[in-house]
Design a protein around this ligand. Structure first.
Ligand SMILES: Nc1nc2c(ncn2[C@@H]2O[C@H](COP(=O)(O)OP(=O)(O)OP(=O)(O)O)[C@@H](O)[C@H]2O)c(=O)[nH]1
Ligand SMILES: [Mg+2]
Length: 421
């Protein structure tokens, strides 16, 4: 049964010289919507800084109270992370549930988390956020007892007894469990590194089509696979990292990683908790930055993603751009321009162009050569058949002649075992 959606007012402070304010309020609306909350009105204030006690000034606060009453809105959502005392003061003054941007994102994450690792990460982030806010978060804390999401708001108000110590103990226990999972993931990653298969990572703002792109490439190159990933038209459909091998013809393959989408002001605790998941990004050989080119604010979304990458320490990894959803724009596609491919994953158009660009980046160190392998080095013939793209093979009196495209590193490694023609 459809639950009755809560009504909320969103509130933001526009700082001086802030250029992205309207956009950030829109994003807050989307986050509320993803949490099944209806935004019925919004209130903003221009100020040099956020009011330390009540986020907004006294006059605005009166205005906000009147607005909430007029709309019968049970919830007020603030566009930044509130301090513990701000939450306390605002709840006392508004007599309504007070939510900030951070808890909104945390709630979406906890509702979406499917794997144990993602669930642990979200819960750690959420508990760390709550710890200093125990007194303020009267209503919000109730949710802890009843599980994820805002749906249980109010129902657990009496469960406030979860005291600081129990929360701290719980964080420790969760972190211990998490470390075990992380260790396992790191072993897998080391194994992959040893295999020297290049790693390409899809990054981008949430809902731009990263997972769709992953599925389309899998469909194209590994059609027999049943390892498709989850796609949905919503914020943060993906919270877990998936790694798939894309096996192209010519014995060339790479690993493609799909991961969580970004949003502006991704809460600090969350980034920290997801660090192990996101480490995959920092160790990639190439990033494919997926852009929703049909989004009115796509440039802003690109810079949000770049900011997040910088925060993760992944800013200097070679990057190419996939301008997706061109089917919804006037832009001609498929088309490649420098480091950019205009494409539509939905229409299956532009995938070849994208793959070409990816290949150009990760297989730069491939070379073409013609070699003669003496018969006593027969194992090399087998090796190149498996690891290189062999264009022709012929058998000469002195050995096997092969024309092939192989890794420059392989060429160097076996340089003394064959004769270059
Ligand atoms: N019109 C159009 N829609 C697309 C295209 N590619 C993806 N979509 C849709 O965009 C929505 C989001 O796709 P996902 O692949 O889940 O996006 P994502 O980037 O993985 O999102 P998160 O995991 O939330 O970060 C889905 O509804 C897709 O069907 C495209 O080329 N054109
Ligand atoms: Mg996804």
């Amino acid at each position: 049964m459809e639950q009755t959606r809560q009504k909320a007012i969103i509130v933001g402070v526009e700082l001086q010289n802030q250029t992205d304010f309207p956009y950030s309020m829109q994003e807050l609306r989307n986050l509320a919507d993803a949490n099944s909350i209806d935004v019925v009105d919004e209130l903003s204030q221009k100020a040099a800084r956020v009011n330390p006690s009540h986020y907004i000034g006294t006059g605005k606060l009166d205005e906000l109270r009147a607005l909430a009453e007029a709309h019968d809105a049970q919830v007020v959502i603030f566009n930044d992370e509130l301090s513990p005392s701000q939450i306390r003061n605002l709840e006392a003054s508004l007599e309504r549930t007070v939510i900030d941007r951070t808890i909104l994102i945390l709630d979406i994450f906890s509702e979406r988390a499917k794997t144990r690792e993602a669930q642990l990460q979200v819960e750690v982030a959420r508990l760390q956020y709550m710890l200093p806010r125990l007194v303020g978060l009267r209503a919000s804390l109730g949710r802890q007892g009843g599980g994820a999401g805002l749906k249980n708001r109010g129902a657990g108000e009496t469960k406030l007894e979860l005291d600081r110590r129990r929360i701290e103990e719980r964080i420790t226990a969760l972190q211990t469990e998490l470390e075990k999972l992380v260790a396992r993931r790191q072993i897998q990653r080391k194994q992959r590194q040893k295999n020297e298969v290049p790693v390409v990572c899809l990054v981008g703002y949430t809902n731009t089509g990263k997972s769709s792109l992953m599925n389309a490439l899998l469909q194209k190159y590994n059609p027999q696979t049943d390892k498709q990933v989850f796609v949905q038209n919503m914020l943060f459909a993906t919270l877990e990292t998936s790694v798939r091998s894309i096996d192209m013809p010519n014995n060339k393959s790479f690993l493609l990683t799909d991961t969580v989408g970004f949003v502006s002001q991704l809460p600090h605790h969350l980034v920290k908790a997801f660090r192990s998941t996101l480490e995959e990004v920092t160790e990639a050989d190439l990033l494919v930055h997926v852009v929703d080119y049909a989004h009115a604010d796509y440039e802003k979304l690109i810079s949000v993603t770049n900011e997040t990458l910088k925060e993760l320490g992944a800013y200097d990894i070679p990057t190419i751009f996939a301008y997706n959803k061109c089917d919804l724009t006037e832009q001609p596609y498929p088309q490649t321009e420098d480091n950019r491919v205009y494409l539509s994953v939905k229409e299956n158009s532009g995938l070849d162009e994208l793959i070409e660009l990816i290949r150009g980046h990760i297989f730069q160190d491939y070379m073409e050569c013609e070699i003669l392998i003496p018969f006593d080095q027969g194992r090399l013939v087998a090796y190149f058949n498996e690891h290189a793209h062999v264009q022709s093979t012929s058998y000469e009196p002195e050995g096997t002649k092969m024309k092939l495209e192989c890794k420059a590193a392989d060429f160097e490694r076996y340089r003394n075992d064959f004769i270059v023609m």
